[in-house]
Structure formats: structure tokens, C-alpha cells
Write a protein that binds this ligand. Structure first.
Ligand SMILES: [Zn+2]
Length: 72
């Protein structure tokens, strides 16, 4: 099951939650139980697009922290 990261818009708490299907139902905040939460992108797949340095290392570092979607 995929784990998504959420941020509570009520108390700014960040937490992870299991998503069983592609439903639009969002989990409640683990801290204040508010349903006002936003889904975050997976932190492991974010690349440093702003820094153009060693281009040879980009492929390796990206692959190490980024898993393919839908693997299950
Ligand atoms: Zn909260």
C-alpha cells in the first residue's frame, strides 16, 4: 500500500497515512484530528532543480531515493 505524506492546514502538523485506494478521501490529522489536510509530494522524489552542478550524479541520486509509482 502506498504511503502518502499530508500536512494539516489547521495546525501545520505533517504526518504520513496509508492510502488504500484512489478515493479522494483524506485522512484526519494525527495531532488535532482535523480533516482539513493537504497531500504533499513524496520528499524522496524531489530534485534540486535550482542547482545545476554535477550533472553526472543526478541520475544516481534520483534513482536511490525515488521509487516507481504503482509498484504496490
Ligand atoms: Zn492538525
Amino acid at each position: 500500500m502506498p504511503i502518502y505524506e499530508y500536512q494539516c492546514l489547521n495546525c501545520d502538523n505533517q504526518f504520513e497515512a496509508l492510502v488504500f485506494s484512489s478515493d479522494e478521501t483524506e485522512p484526519a490529522c494525527s495531532q488535532c484530528q482535523s480533516a482539513n489536510v493537504a497531500k504533499l509530494m513524496s520528499a524522496g522524489c524531489i530534485l534540486n532543480s535550482g542547482t545545476a552542478g554535477a550533472s553526472s550524479d543526478i541520475g544516481a541520486s534520483a534513482a536511490s531515493g525515488c521509487r516507481p509509482a504503482g509498484g504496490g
